[in-house]
Write a protein that binds this ligand. Structure first.
Ligand code: TPP
Ligand code: MG
Length: 356
């Protein structure tokens, strides 16, 4: 079965990483005690999971519309990477960005209202699922264009460096971006100019219905990134601890002035590409196999085994998360639509009617 990351064995995640290709990176330990930190990681991943499950329900009820791309299965990447970033840093994302926005701290109310197209949404209802944006949190957007965020990330990083700021720009993108010139152009310039960018490639093995192995002669993406002269690792993207450790090391090194770093997160989406995708290009068996590496249950099981979590605590956590989402839905439903007379606000170009 030609499904696994970078090889042709069964579709299981490879815990290869982090693999050092060049440069130095050491992990900074988290400052909170292990149990509290793990509980927080679990809460954040559960929030993303439950938020999106609610989105599926709302979509089926036609309460929210448009394109919706679910991140379910990939939560460890957003949550783990965000442990290494702080307020001064910038984040650039893709159209599969609900998880990135929530992990960045964009309030669930603001994300849900955006799903509803309401004025209280984080993009004032004008972006929807694919265009979440929060300048105050330096979350520079979802982006409907595959690879479209990459040059923006390089530009943000260049601006920060020219201003003498000690900031990192973290750019999330999919394996599909490796087929875009924008990735190769950005990787080259970022390495050439030593820009403070953390490239986070979410390699979930598919670009829509096209498997990585059917599209790329060389499927080891970390190796390809390293060929541009930047430090690159492959990481088990289903393990939030592995993600956090790799991200902390990489961010520390980027901030220290060692130029861009690249993390290939080996992950998998449990749901279809989007709400419109019948998902016929992969087997049920492959999906089930990957679900055995579910990042949420994986962390919860590990915590149970170490005595850090029991059924009551898990139930309480889930309940609190669901309540938060209920509140977000209620607020979004009660929020106003944009007034018709405001529709041309922020429109920069306008087609004038031809004189009769
Ligand atoms: C430039 C461009 N080409 C094609 C598309 C259509 N398209 C939308 S999603 C997608 C697949 C991208 O896959 P990947 O980057 O691996 O991200 P994933 O959906 O797996 O998270 C494609 C080809 C697009 N949005 N932009
Ligand atoms: Mg992909």
């Amino acid at each position: 079965m030609a499904t696994a990351h970078g090889d042709t064995s069964a579709g299981t995640p490879q815990a290869k990483g982090p693999r050092r290709a060049r440069g130095t990176a050491t992990a900074t330990p988290s400052r909170t005690p292990a149990s509290a930190h793990d509980l927080d990681l679990l809460r954040q991943m559960l929030l993303i999971r439950r938020f999106e499950e609610r989105c599926v329900e709302l979509y089926s009820a036609a309460a929210i519309r448009g394109f919706v791309h679910l991140y379910i299965g990939e939560e460890a990447v957003a949550v783990g990477v965000h442990q290494a970033l702080d307020e001064r840093d910038a984040v650039v994302s893709t159209y599969r960005e609900h998880g990135h926005a929530l992990a960045r701290g964009v309030p669930p109310e603001a994300v849900m209202a955006e799903m509803y197209g309401k004025t209280t949404g984080c993009s004032h209802g004008r972006g929807g699922s694919m265009h979440l944006f929060d300048a105050a949190r330096r979350f520079y957007g979802g982006n409907a264009i595959v690879g479209g965020g990459l040059p923006l990330a390089a530009g943000l990083a260049l601006a920060d460096r020219m201003r003498g700021e000690s900031r990192v720009t973290c750019c999330f993108f999919g394996d599909g971006a490796f087929a875009e010139g924008e990735f190769h152009e950005t990787a080259n310039l970022a390495a050439l100019w030593g820009l403070p960018v953390l490239f986070v490639c979410e390699n979930n093995l598919y670009a829509m219905g096209t498997a990585l192995v059917r599209e790329h002669a060389q499927t080891d993406l970390a190796m390809r990134a390293a060929s541009y002269g930047m430090a690159a690792w492959a990481v088990d993207g289903m393990d939030v601890h592995a993600v956090e450790k790799a991200a902390r090391g990489a961010v520390e090194s980027v901030r220290a002035g060692n130029g861009p770093h690249f993390l290939e997160m080996r992950t998998y989406r449990f749901r279809a590409h989007s709400m419109y995708d019948p998902d016929r290009y992969r087997s049920k068996g492959e999906i089930e196999e990957w679900k055995r590496h579910d990042p949420v249950t994986g962390l919860a099981d590990g915590m149970r085994a170490s005595g850090l979590l029991d059924d009551a605590a898990m139930e309480a956590l889930d309940h609190a998360v669901m309540e938060e989402i209920d509140r977000a839905v209620q607020t979004a439903e009660g929020a106003p639509e944009e007034a018709a007379e405001d529709l041309l606000l922020h429109v920069t170009g306008r087609h004038e009617e031809a004189p009769s």
